[in-house]
Write a protein that binds this ligand. Sequence first.
Ligand code: TYD
Length: 214
Amino acid sequence: MQGKFITFEGGEGTGKSTQIKLLAEYLQQHGKDVLLTKEPGGTDIGLELRKILLEGKVEKFDAVAETLMFFADRRIHMQQKVWPAMQNGQWVLSDRFADSTMVYQCYADNKGISYQDIMALYKFSVGNFKPDLTIILDIDPKVGLARSFKKAEGMLQKELRFESKALQWHERVRQGYLQIAQNEPERCVVLNADKSIADLHQDVITAIKEKFKI
Ligand code: TYD
């Protein structure tokens, strides 16, 4: 495929959405055709799944169903949006992708979903396709949560389900991402997110330049 697929990952309060927007602007200024998207909820149907997943209804079914739903969202996202955009040569930037499922449903949640389960579902729904680059924003959960709660003052209470878990759980999220980066150093770059927006943006650009020689 002609286009690129770049995913952003990280725990709460790492500044992912700000950084992904800044990167989109940067790439556009450098002549790239950019598509900004996210998981869950990158498509119309995905938005409905997102509501079910993030607004508490998910407590009504188990971790297997929850994991399948994240992959259903992903499959629809890839088929309807990401792959066609890549065929058209677009640079697709996604706020979260499959590493989120590995980290949240497997490493952090401890609800019986194994590494192998996630890998099998990945293969089934995405095949051998992988992001060209995954940028993992890393921060001490204490710092990330403090940022996140500040932002949350304006957020819907029901959307806060993922933010309100215990600190230990957030630490497992962090370690999960670091583990993935260690397993796949050719795909993943870990950036220290405990710095200013402008400084972190510079680090993102450096990673992009190194990877894509632009
Ligand atoms: P979102 O509101 O997009 O917030 P942010 O990315 O800023 O944290 O929330 C998405 C939430 O869904 C996030 O807490 C992680 C979770 N999630 C999973 O548990 N599994 C997944 O596969 C994905 C894509 C997200």
